[in-house]
Structures are given as C-alpha cells and as structure tokens.
Design a protein around this ligand. Structure first.
Ligand SMILES: [Zn+2]
Length: 185
C-alpha cells in the first residue's frame, strides 16, 4: 500500500503560533490516515450518504479517491493537498452582520481552498486541540475530493462528517498514547 502524504501548500491569515499549530495538525493527519485503524474504520463505516460530484458514488470509489489522494479532477498522486484560508464567518451582510460562531468551515466542491472559521481555530489553538483540526481539515478535504452533503446541514454519517470524525478519534488516541509515553519516561 502506497503511503499517503499530506502537504500544506498554502496557509493564509495565520500568525506564528497558529501556523505552528496547523503544521502539527497536518503532520498528525499524515500519521492518522496511514494507520491500519483508520483504513479499517473507513472500510467498515456505514455511510448514510455518499455523493460524489463525478459519477461514481460507490464505496469502492470513495476508498480509492481517499487513499489515492485524488482531488476532484486530478490524478492519483497519493498526496492530500491542502490549501487553507483562515477567516471570520458572518451571518448576513454589512452593515447588519453577526459573527457566525457555529460554522467550522466551508469548501467549494473541488476546492481548492478550504476556509476555516477563525473563531474555531483560535479556540483549538488556545486549548492545544490538534485532533479537532485533523478532523476538520480532513472533513473539508473530502469536499475538495468532490463529496457533498445532502443538504446545508449535512448528516453525521455522511462521507465528510464520518471520515472527519474517524480521523479525529484516531488523532485523539495517538495523542493520548504519546502523552502517556512521554510522561512515563
Ligand atoms: Zn462539510
């Protein structure tokens, strides 16, 4: 099995501390997606909704696109390509607009840019919550691959949500075990 690489090509609007946080999350994502546990969990997941912008909505295609690092309309390069823009989200428009604290991020189908809500990433950085970053950016990358939600809210078992959640869970496990290791040495 060819290992997957995770590459951060672009990160905009990040200060030094946030940049370091994102780089750690990217590195942890690369570890996570190459574990047998992640591969098995995705293979066994019963997705409620698999809808690809191309034509193949099968689970087999999903496994291929994911583990071949194939963004929508590109060839398999075994690389998860990430371009991340951090910005504030709002409800409504100027002059009457309200800070949106609910949406974590948004990505057009095929991306290439993932937009992450500053409100959330600032919280993750403050709590050193790298695992949430891993889950979020893999969720958004599934949109870059071409998977869509059924409606605006999505469903916790659709492709993007379920794969994000699996990655976050394994990220937590790996962080937990490395913390246990370092505290015992
Ligand atoms: Zn989404």
């Amino acid at each position: 099995m060819t290992p997957l690489k995770v590459t951060l090509h672009e990160l905009t609007n990040a200060g030094e501390k946030t940049k370091a946080f994102v780089q750690r999350a990217i590195q942890l994502m690369e570890e996570v997606v190459n574990t047998q546990g992640f591969r098995d969990a995705v293979a066994q997941q019963k997705f409620s909704y698999i809808h690809h912008h191309g034509t193949d909505h099968s689970k087999d295609a999903l496994m291929r696109y994911l583990f071949e690092g194939r963004e929508l309309g590109t060839d398999a390069d075994h690389e998860i390509d990430l371009r991340i823009n951090l910005r504030a989200f709002y409800y409504g428009f100027r002059p009457i607009r309200v800070l949106n604290k609910k949406t974590v991020g948004s990505t057009n189908l095929g991306g290439p840019v993932i937009h992450t809500n500053l409100y959330h990433i600032n919280n993750w950085v403050a709590h050193d919550d790298v695992a949430s970053g891993v889950g979020h950016w893999l969720h958004e990358w599934m949109h870059v691959v071409g998977y869509e939600h059924e409606d605006a809210n999505g469903d916790e078992n659709d492709v993007a949500y379920a794969i994000g959640a699996i990655a976050e869970h394994i990220a937590w496990e790996r962080l937990g075990s490395s913390r246990a290791l370092s505290s015992s040495s």
